[in-house]
Every structure is written in structure tokens, then in C-alpha cells.
Design a protein around this ligand. Structure first.
Ligand SMILES: *Cc1c(COP(=O)(O)O)cnc(C)c1O
Length: 428
């Protein structure tokens, strides 16, 4: 397949947009080459500017769980657009989606809508700090919670006491309030809490990690975090921006039957429009302005187009109760197929998958945290990525990303993908 026009468009974009992209994950830095420019998408397929059709395993990094240009969402947006695109005043639609979200997700009474997952996580942490009157938070290495300052932290020299910025522009002052823990390691978390007694406001976690490839929690990990939080007056924040309305109707809280204090959403909840949200019991949510002292706001928050798209998406997921099972079966089928062909071609690999999330790591050891995820062979991944691209299959241009299975994918698509992986892995 040729990607000639994409390359030309990228060259033009680079002149006026830093790196030619509006979000760095879209660039092909980790794999080389130039990004594909999309013209349109429908169902399981992307159509690019060169006229290629690609099977899409990224799906806008998660939102398009029912496939691209899902008709009820498209119709809802068109209808609402005719009535005005933004008012900065309340609409009935906001209450409708809030009622539905609160009914689907366990353990939340109120929800506030924002414009991105980043905003949701940033606001959730501020709310937790305001509510507990404490400053520090614990996050896990390899978990992503958006690009706000408090989360752009890596292990510092004194990792047990404080983190250090992993981007210029994040101040040391901000970094000192974020402690970095190892995913799936409760002892490490307990030690951090012990060393920072009564200072930690919140633990924020991807309850199923998806930003270092897919890493499900070890048995007892989430339950252990819950217990540590309860014992120490710490709020547990489940960042369900990726997993919410994806792994189950009620997200990971429902799937693993573990209760979080604050939950954040993004991606699926907006049906492909810019939406994020955070939610909790009333006692915590009432701490927000205008009811409470913690300030949080947004000119376009609850925007009617975004709310219409989100409502249509949630209604579809709420109505079709078989969808999550269907997605899980497709993922398991794909995982089994990939396992078989990669084994036959004797390459070292580990496949992690859960629900509609799956990732292939090119290392034989179990992948349970950032350190083990980082052991993957990136040279093989590059060949894998570009090989699949030639076959008309689009996976994320980085080994640290989950693939997303959508309801629009057919078993023929999955078989085609498995055959392509067989072919490509013979060239490693
Ligand atoms: C994507 C993501 C975010 C950030 O959401 P944006 O809408 O990109 O700001 C936060 N947390 C998790 C777990 C994510 O996957």
C-alpha cells in the first residue's frame, strides 16, 4: 500500500503545527515513517487520503467502541447542531446524560462534565485535595492521567518520598506532591503511605492499565488499594477514562466489584466528541463550586453537541446488554489467533487482554508493570507495525498502547488480521 499523499500532507502540516500533529502519540516517532492522514471512517474501517482502506484497532484511542460514524451518534449531533452549538447555559440534555451515567455506574450520585480526560483527572485530584485537606497524591509509573502538571512525573532520586518532573515546564514544586508507585505492587504503595503519614489526599490509578500496553490488575491489587485508602483516610480515584463504559456497563468498579471514591471518564462517554467527566458520591461532589469551595469550570463544558453524542452512545451501551460479552469474545478470538501464529513463528511475546482491550508485547516475561512493559523489543515492534500497515491494518504507532476492539469488527476482519500477523511475523 502506498501512503504518498499522507506523506505530502504531513510535510505541509509540519510547517505550521509542531511535529505536524496536535497530539504527540499521533506522530510515528517510536516506529519511524510518517503519520497516515484520514479522510473518513465507517464501522471498523479508516479511509485515508491515498484511498487505502485500513482495519482500525485504535478507534480514536478508545471512543469508537461501536465503530466509526455510528449512525445514532451522527444523527444526534446533526439534529442538535441545527438548534445552536453552544449556549453557556444549562440544557435538559446535560441532566439526561447525567441521569443515565449515574444509573449505569455503581457508587456515584453526581457527575460533572468537562471537555477531556485530562481535565477530568486534574479536577478529580483538586477535588480530592480540597476534600481531604491534604496535598500529596500517589500515581503509578506507566499509568497516564492526561497531560496536566501533577501527572507528568517520573521516579525521582528519592522515589520513596517524592517524584521529579518528566517534562520541562513542570515545576519541582508540583512534582514534590506526586509520589510514584509500582503498578501491581501493594507493598510499595503501603511504604509510600507510611513514609507520608496523613499527607496523601488520593491514590489515582488506571484500574486496568491501558497506557503501557494492556495490563490488568493482579488478583487482590485493587482490593488492597481500597483497603489502604479506607484505613488511611485517602480517596481512591479510578481513572476510567479508557475503561469506563468499555469493560462493563459500570466500568471496572462493576467488573472487579471494588468501590472507588471518585471516578473519571473520557473517550467512550463522549461518543467521539470532546467529553470528560468525574463523578462521586454526593458528599464529595457537593464540595465543588458553586455548592462547595473547590473551584472548577468550563465555557464549553456540557456542550450540546458533545452531550448529544455522549447520550446516544451511552443509550446504545445501556440498551444492548450483550455488547460487552460480544466484545470480549472477539478479543479472546483475536488473542488466541495471534498466540497461535506468533508461537508458530517462534518469536518471544506476551499477549495481555481483558474485555475489549488487547496488546502484544515482544518479550516472553509476564508484563505486569511499567518496568516489564519497557522490556519489549521495539525493533520487532517497528517491523510488526509497518508490516501490518502494508497489509491494511492500523494499530497504535507505539508498543505502549492497547488496541481497542469494536463491535463493528467482523470475524472476517479478525481472521484477516491473524493471517496478516502470520505473514508479517515470518519477516522478523
Ligand atoms: C486518554 C486518557 C486520559 C486523557 O484523556 P484526554 O481526553 O486525552 O485528555 C486520561 N486517563 C486515561 C486512563 C486515558 O487513557
Amino acid at each position: 500500500m502506498l501512503y504518498k499523499r499522507s506523506s505530502q500532507l504531513f510535510a505541509e502540516a509540519e510547517k505550521v503545527i509542531p511535529g505536524g500533529v496536535n497530539s504527540p502519540v499521533r506522530a510515528f516517532k517510536a516506529v519511524g515513517g510518517t503519520p497516515i492522514f484520514v479522510k473518513s471512517a465507517k464501522g471498523a474501517y479508516l479511509y485515508d487520503e491515498d484511498g487505502n482502506r485500513l482495519i482500525d484497532y485504535i478507534n480514536s484511542w478508545g471512543p469508537m467502541i461501536l465503530g466509526h460514524a455510528y449512525e445514532p451518534v451522527v444523527q444526534a449531533v446533526i439534529e442538535k447542531a441545527k438548534l445552536g452549538t453552544s449556549f453557556g447555559m444549562p440544557t435538559e440534555l446535560e441532566t439526561q446524560i447525567a441521569v443515565l451515567a449515574v444509573s449505569m455506574v455503581p457508587n456515584i450520585d453526581k457527575i460533572r462534565f468537562v471537555n477531556s480526560g485530562t481535565e477530568a483527572c486534574m479536577s478529580a485530584v483538586r477535588l480530592a485535595r480540597g476534600f481531604t485537606k491534604r496535598d500529596k497524591i500517589i500515581k503509578f509509573a506507566g499509568c497516564y492521567h492526561g497531560h496536566s502538571d501533577s501527572f507528568l512525573i517520573q521516579a525521582g532520586s528519592g522515589a520513596i518520598t517524592f517524584g521529579s518532573p518528566n517534562s520541562p515546564g513542570v515545576t519541582a514544586g508540583t512534582a514534590k506532591d506526586t509520589l510514584l508507585a509500582k503498578y501491581n505492587d501493594l507493598q510499595n504503595v503501603a511504604a509510600l503511605i507510611e513514609a507520608n503519614k496523613n499527607e496523601i489526599a488520593a491514590i489515582i490509578v488506571e484500574p486496568v492499565a491501558g497506557n503501557m500496553g494492556c495490563i490488568p490488575p493482579n488478583k487482590g491489587f485493587l482490593e488492597g488499594l481500597r483497603q489502604l485508602c479506607t484505613d488511611n483516610g485517602i480517596l481512591l480515584i479510578f481513572d476510567e477514562v479508557m475503561t469506563g463504559f468499555r469493560l462493563a456497563r459500570g466500568g471496572v468498579q462493576e467488573l472487579f466489584n471494588v468501590t472507588a471514591d471518585i471516578v473519571t471518564f473520557g473517550k467512550v462517554i463522549g461518543g467521539g466528541l470532546p467529553v470528560g467527566a468525574f463523578a462521586a458520591r454526593s458528599a464529595i461532589m457537593n464540595y465543588l463550586a458553586p455548592l462547595g469551595p473547590v473551584y472548577q469550570a468550563g465555557t464549553l463544558s456540557g456542550n450540546p453537541l458533545a452531550m448529544a453524542a455522549g447520550l446516544a452512545m451511552l443509550q446504545a451501551l445501556d440498551t444492548d446488554r450483550a455488547i460487552f460479552k460480544r466484545l470480549e469474545e472477539k478479543t479472546a478470538y483475536l488473542a488466541a489467533g495471534i498466540d497461535k501464529v506468533l508461537k508458530a513463528n517462534t518469536v518471544a511475546f506476551t499477549i495481555n487482554s481483558i474485555g475489549s482491550m488487547i496488546s502484544v508485547h515482544f518479550d516472553a516475561a509476564p508484563v505486569v508493570d511499567f518496568q516489564t512493559a519497557a522490556k519489549g523489543d521495539n525493533e520487532i515492534f517497528k517491523k510488526f507495525f509497518h508490516g501490518l500497515l502494508q497489509e491494511g491494518i492500523y494499530i497504535a504507532p507505539s508498543a505502549y498502547e492497547t488496541w481497542f476492539i469494536t463491535d463493528a469488527l467482523t470475524y472476517e476482519d479478525l481472521d484477516f488480521t491473524i493471517r496478516a500477523i502470520d505473514k508479517v511475523s515470518k519477516t522478523f
